[in-house]
Every structure is written in structure tokens, then in C-alpha cells.
Ligand binder design. Sequence first.
Ligand code: FES
Length: 130
Amino acid sequence: MNDLHSDERVFATPDGVRLARMDDVEDNKARGFVLQMRAGRFHGFVVRRGNRVHGYVDRCPHMGLPLAQKLDDYLVPGGAHIACSWHAALFRVEDGQCVGGPCNGQRLTSWPVHVDAGMIVTGLGDGAPG
Ligand code: FES
């Protein structure tokens, strides 16, 4: 640990960070990202649906745990919902709303991401979601 970076957990990122090539995330799959910034460390994930992407902070609203216990394991088989691997809460991919499990009625914290020239980039870009 050096004093340039904080151990704090942060729940948002600056816009314009290039995360990965869209081609590196399979359709109906998810990929986790950790961004170390001066202010602290951000944990998030992106779900690909066709040529759209949906991003969320990697934190279950129920107990604040990271959703996946295995690398990139954020979805139920087939990819229909996001799932918390600890107590099986289910969330809609499109808006992060919990639709089953112990955090019913709550929702994941959105992490704005978009696709620009084949790259997944943080922020809303031209303002269009995903
Ligand atoms: S921490 Fe996710 S359902 Fe309990």
C-alpha cells in the first residue's frame, strides 16, 4: 500500500474509462471490473445484452456483499437475471431491480457504462443508456 491510493471502497467512477472491448464479453454474460483510483477501489460488473451493456456496482443491497463468489459469476445459467451468490437474490438485468430473494423491492446501484467504437466505456456517452 502506498499513500497515493486509498483502501476506501468507492461506488462510482469517472466517465470515459475504457474497460474492455465489447467482443471480450460474450452475449448474455457478465464481466467484473476493479478500478483502483486515488480515492479508493471500485468494484463493478457489466452485463452484455446484444449490443447493449448494463453496469452495476458489485454490492448486494441486502447485506452489502459482493454478488459473485467466483470470477465473473454474476448471472443465473442462461443469463436471464443477475443473482447474488450468497442468498440467491435475483435482479433484473435491465434496471437492477430485485425481483426475488431477501432484498425484494431494493435494487442494485447503477454503474453507467456505454459502448463507443466497440469499447465498453464508463459514463453514459451521448446520454443514451447502455
Ligand atoms: S447478500 Fe445478496 S442476497 Fe444476501
